[in-house]
Design a protein around this ligand. Structure first.
Ligand code: ZN
Ligand code: ZN
Length: 240
């Protein structure tokens, strides 16, 4: 099911990169040993300074620092908190699109690395297990890999956490949330996930590439809680 060629090319790149300087993935300038971006591009990444402590919304949605946004106060999400390394803005949006739609699997290391770094700056308790947002089998066949699983592998490995990608499934195909009007997004993912008893009594971190409206993460969190999970948090590379 996985694209073995792409994966081995990717691991070869990882080995090479650890040994001598490569070029910045964004501007092709020389990058320091072990780094995928040059220092200038790294500094220019769209980091989130001020976000809702519950759903990671930023910008106009946020009014008071440290206080949950109006949407979370009106309808508290199923997850305890969402953390995002970046805003979904250039060049992170392009990097995610390349990982997702253009087989650029090596970008999962870059994006997973930044997500890990971001999580390490926070004082959040670590979960028992990491769960990538699953793709429906038809989408997985078409794409050949699940970008969320690729990112989650890096995060779980870096934080020395187990990962469980087998017991959470997307049981019906859904439209990409970004292609739907806001009011249809909740309905699109309702009942889309099925999760197993392996999550009973566990504290879970859901990992995804992008969080748009938050409905996908919320639907998966609801399913995990129904399966007996005691707490669900959400870790994403970027928040729209
Ligand atoms: Zn650069
Ligand atoms: Zn919020």
């Amino acid at each position: 099911m996985y694209k073995h060629f792409a994966l081995s090319a990717y691991f070869l790149g990882t080995i090479q990169r650890g040994l001598w300087p490569g070029n910045c993935l964004l501007c092709a300038a020389r990058a320091p040993v072990g780094k995928d971006l040059c220092p200038a591009c790294e500094r220019a990444l769209p980091r989130t300074e001020w976000a809702c402590p519950r759903c990671a919304a930023h910008g106009a949605a946020m009014e008071v620092e440290g206080v949950a946004c109006g949407a979370c106060q009106a309808h508290p999400p199923a997850y305890v908190c969402a953390r995002a390394a970046f805003r979904y803005a250039p060049p992170v949006d392009k990097l995610i699109q390349h990982l997702k739609y253009h087989d650029r699997l090596e970008l999962s290391r870059l994006l997973g690395g930044y997500l890990t770094e971001h999580l390490q700056t926070l004082n959040d308790p670590l979960p028992d297990v990491v769960v990538p947002v699953p793709l429906h089998s038809s989408r997985l066949r078409e794409r050949g890999y699940n970008q969320s699983l690729e990112i989650a592998h890096f995060v779980a490995k870096s934080l020395v956490l187990p990962i469980n990608w087998k017991d959470a499934q997307r049981i019906r195909p859904t439209m990409p949330q970004t292609e739907l009007p806001r009011e249809q997004r909740r309905k699109n993912v309702r009942g889309a996930f099925m999760t197993g008893g392996a999550f009973a009594g566990r504290r879970i971190a859901i990992v995804d590439d992008v969080m748009t409206s938050g409905h996908t993460a919320n639907a998966l969190a609801e399913s995990l809680l129904r399966s007996g999970a005691v707490e669900v948090r959400v870790w994403v590379v970027a928040r729209a």
